[in-house]
Design a protein around this ligand. Structure first.
Ligand code: ADP
Ligand code: MG
Length: 261
């Protein structure tokens, strides 16, 4: 039997699966402050990579560099073969960004637009999708995240968990090659975390390629193919979740896990 080219839970895709993101020796300075130090990261098609680490370790900076929201200072990032270096033009960056959906801690929905409008805006504007098609697609995506009934609601009328599910539908509407999440559940009341993680797990089960910055260790352990532990701007340790959580190799990783588990 031929192995599936994409992942299921906790399984890495075949080593020859297409590389979606390749970051090599990424450094990032804010003024004098060196916040990413020679970071290497590879994400293959179908993989779910969890980025964990203490506050201030550089997780958000890294994920923002990966989709060009933040300019790295040196090193190279390839997204589907397109190189992104510190001088990449705005036009080229926007092409790269189309392929990488981003979901933020703070949802970032347009407050004056309905849920449906939030989801159809980018596909119409950026992908030039006809409105009718965009609406059809948005309805499918909203059903997928369990919010078909809310399409005419405004963000202000939704719970945090619902807002985040709209944000995921909105990111998916651009038909990205990968989704990047920066602490998608950190702003939520605890009872709303599960509904968002459930949607993310469903996406992982469908082999969506994802990079997830998270403090949800259970999610990282159960859903990711690979976990990278960041501390002080370095990837200190990277491995399969089972190995990293139950048998961390580095003292820094051990210390962190003892505190959060
Ligand atoms: P994390 O997401 O892991 O909490 P961040 O990537 O947000 O960490 O931050 C890494 C380091 O970079 C921190 O020391 C933070 O204070 C610093 N930093 C982040 N953003 C900026 C910025 N825009 N200007 C200056 N320093 C920043
Ligand atoms: Mg952060």
């Amino acid at each position: 039997m031929v192995a599936s080219p994409t992942s299921t839970n906790g399984q890495s895709p075949k080593p020859d699966a297409e590389v979606i993101i390749q970051a090599s020796k990424i450094n990032k300075y804010y003024g004098e402050r060196h916040v990413l130090k020679d970071v290497d990261l590879q994400v293959r098609k179908g993989e779910v990579v969890a980025l964990i680490g203490p506050s201030g370790s550089g997780k958000s900076t890294l994920i923002r560099c990966l989709n060009g929201l933040e300019k790295h200072s040196s090193g190279e990032i390839y997204v589907l073969g397109r190189v992104m270096h510190p001088n990449t033009s705005h036009k080229e960056l926007s092409l790269i960004r189309r392929d990488l959906g981003m979901v933020f801690q703070s949802f970032n929905l347009f407050p004056h637009m309905t849920v449906l409008q939030n989801v159809i805006e980018a596909p119409m504007l950026v992908r030039k999708m006809p409105k009718k098609n965009a609406i059809e697609m948005a309805e499918v995506l909203l059903a997928k995240v369990g919010l078909a009934e809310k399409k005419e609601a405004y963000p202000g009328q939704l719970s945090g968990g619902q807002k985040q599910r709209v944000a995921i539908a909105r990111a998916l509407a651009m038909q990205p090659q990968a989704l990047l999440f920066d602490e998608p559940t950190s702003a939520l009341d605890p009872e709303l975390v599960g509904e968002v993680l459930k949607v993310m797990k469903d996406l992982a089960d469908e082999s969506m390629t994802m990079v997830v910055v998270t403090h949800e260790m259970q999610f990282a352990r159960d859903v990711s193919c690979r976990v990278a532990f960041l501390a002080d701007g370095h990837i200190v340790e990277e491995g399969e979740p089972h190995q990293l959580f139950s048998n961390p190799q580095q003292p820094r990783t051990k210390m962190f896990l003892e505190r959060v588990l």
